[in-house]
Design a protein around this ligand. Structure first.
Ligand code: S3P
Length: 206
């Protein structure tokens, strides 16, 4: 796996898929850690591209009429992961949508396969410092409700970073500018790549 030294990377696979009319009907799937902006950027990206937007956690909450914390309280993380998988299966069956996933969905191999086969996977990278800053007052994420947030985020990053990178068609550094600018940046990268004029290097992920 090459070290990330640029703002965005593309896999050869993704470039080939982009030769199809991406902006017309392909799914875009946002992955990355908590606080990387998957939902906010995804919503804006979808509006720019005229696609429908779905956030997996929000869909679960609406569907079950309880918040994510309550699902963890009642069913534990394992129960939540099964519900998350079921919801992702439903969302991935759609077409022409932008999907924001939960940060832990890549832990399951079946989810990783599902996401890869359902569309173009965009990994929003974020530094631990910025993540901690963004999430310092968060009360909604059950896995963060502990005094040692930094260690928790660090542990999750160590475990999950290779999993995000393994299925990403495109990696973009998140968090160094506003949400609106981030959405515009991703949109521009998609258009440039489709037009064959990408400034970002193309990298083959193993
Ligand atoms: C989780 C991330 C959350 C949510 C749940 C578990 C995780 O989603 O799915 O709290 O394990 O990283 P966000 O990534 O949208 O915060």
């Amino acid at each position: 796996m090459p070290a990330i030294r640029h703002n965005a990377f593309w896999s050869i696979d993704a470039v080939n898929r982009l030769k199809q009319p991406l902006l017309a009907n392909q799914n875009l799937i946002l992955i990355g850690p908590m606080g990387s902006g998957k939902s906010t950027i995804g919503k804006r990206l979808a509006a720019r591209l005229g696609k429908q937007f779905f956030d997996c956690d929000q869909q679960l909450e609406q569907h079950l009429n309880v918040d994510i914390g309550t699902i963890f309280d009642i069913e534990g993380e394992q129960g939540f992961r099964q519900r998350e998988h079921d919801m992702l299966t439903t969302l991935c069956a759609m077409s022409n949508v932008v999907i924001a996933t939960g940060g832990g969905c890549v832990l399951r191999e079946d989810n990783r396969r599902l996401l890869q086969s359902a569309g173009l996977v965009i990994y929003l990278r974020i530094t631990l410092e910025r993540q901690l800053h963004r999430l310092s007052r968060d009360k909604t994420r059950p896995l963060l409700q502990a005094p040692d947030r930094w260690q928790r985020l660090q542990k999750m990053a160590t475990e999950r970073e290779p999993l995000y990178a393994a299925i990403a068609d495109m990696e973009v550094d998140s968090g160094d500018c506003s949400v609106a600018k981030m959405a515009a940046r991703v949109h521009r990268l998609l258009q440039q790549q489709q037009a064959g004029s990408a400034v970002a290097p193309v990298v083959q992920h193993d």
